[in-house]
Design a protein around this ligand. Structure first.
Ligand code: PLP
Length: 224
């Protein structure tokens, strides 16, 4: 897919004001992040802990860092002190680890639960039953240093826009059900992270509050 030379400013200005755009800067050097930063953008996402930590150390401290990729429990510690939002919580065990490291860092860490909505076997995330089990667990209810802010999902990588729309719609419906079943009266459960460069317009139409955009802002990547 050739999207031409990126014009980040134009793209960011074209988005509805209520949608937060996380600029996914994985594989891109700090100089390119600074170009967006100098336009006023402050929300950046990475999918690897090590890469995020290196960039965090070199870049201005008013950047909000979002982890969008799979997170291993043994890596939580290195981001606990500064991470703004972890999009990719896919097990109770991981959530418990985040809670523990957040306590040590004397923070409350915001997280999203990742739901599996694609047909592909390669995507991480929980199904509906696993989400319910996690939310109903005593352990989850007793955690004081995490705040569950909403759900995240990755749609199938397909040209079938009807399928992509259905997957986003499933995620939105699940979000609404979980909100009314488990978070009634809790305004913090309000975020729906869905949509990437290839499908963000559909995601916004289906109710995304956060989109995660890499290639449109930074150009194509040579590797994932
Ligand atoms: C890489 C990545 C993105 C951004 O992908 P683009 O197609 O380049 O916009 C979004 N979300 C996740 C989880 C990613 O790993």
């Amino acid at each position: 897919m050739n999207q031409g030379i990126p014009d980040p400013e134009n793209f960011l200005n074209s988005l509805p004001v209520q949608v937060k755009c996380v600029a996914v800067s994985k594989t891109k050097p700090v100089e390119e992040i600074m170009r967006l930063y100098d336009l006023g953008h402050r929300f950046f996402g990475e999918n690897k802990v090590q890469e995020m930590v290196l960039k965090y150390e070199r870049l201005p401290k008013d950047i909000e860092w979002h982890l969008v990729g799979h997170l291993q429990t043994n890596k939580v510690k290195s981001i606990a002190g500064f991470i703004s939002l972890i999009h990719s919580v896919d097990s109770l065990h991981l959530l418990e680890t985040i809670n523990r490291e957040a306590l040590k860092a004397e923070r409350i860490i915001d997280v999203l639960l990742q739901m599996y909505i694609a047909t592909e076997e390669t995507k991480y995330g929980m199904d509906r039953n696993e989400l319910n089990t996690l939310l109903e667990s005593e352990s989850c209810q007793s955690m004081r240093n995490i705040r569950i802010r909403g759900l995240m999902g990755i749609a199938s990588f397909t040209a079938d826009v009807v399928q992509v729309r259905n997957e986003f719609r499933t995620l939105k419906n699940t979000f609404e059900e979980i909100k009314s079943d488990y978070f009634k009266g809790d305004d913090h459960f309000s975020e729906l992270s869905m949509g990437m460069s290839g499908d963000y317009t559909i995601a916004i139409e289906e109710g995304a509050t956060i989109i995660r955009i890499g290639s449109i802002l930074f150009g194509e990547r040579n590797y994932i």
